[in-house]
Design a protein around this ligand. Sequence first.
Ligand SMILES: O=C(CSC(=O)[C@H](Cc1ccccc1)CC(F)(F)F)c1ccccc1
Ligand SMILES: [Zn+2]
Length: 156
Amino acid sequence: NQPLPIALVGEAILKQQADEVRDFDEKLSHLASQMVASMVEAKGVGIAAPQVHSPLALFIMASRPNERYPDAPLMDPVVVVNPQLLSASAELVSGEEGCLSVPGQRFSIWRHQTIVVRYQDLAGQWQQTELTGFIARIFQHEFDHLQGITLLERSQ
Ligand SMILES: O=C(CSC(=O)[C@H](Cc1ccccc1)CC(F)(F)F)c1ccccc1
Ligand SMILES: [Zn+2]
């Protein structure tokens, strides 16, 4: 399916609080697959629904080894719906991030090294897991997007 246009920083959609997902229907699954296609086409490791102009609490995370994080795990895209951050380590780690909504720029960002999170999958089933390292970084980056926060508000 066709990649969706990506909102650029400054657009209002990126400053809003995303809405809770209530309908786990085929429309949601279709949006998720379009988001995966858009992320892959843009060579990203994540993408949040507001970035494709949909104000829903939904994002994709898909870690893969890359020049900045050569030991990042290779994982299939994970669809995260209605995420909650249950706890976060006091330990922070600084790392380089990019954002599809701020093309061509890289930022050094402090993130929690380890987080415990809870979210629903496309079937509406609650998942709870501990994330650490680059995947935790991606989750925190996308979770920010659902609160209307971008890298520009976080960069050191
Ligand atoms: O693939 C990118 C491009 S930027 C990217 O994938 C964002 C996700 C991201 C990249 C790096 C760290 C955390 C999140 C995507 C966004 F903006 F839609 F969320 C990349 C950038 C820096 C390090 C490793 C990978
Ligand atoms: Zn981003």
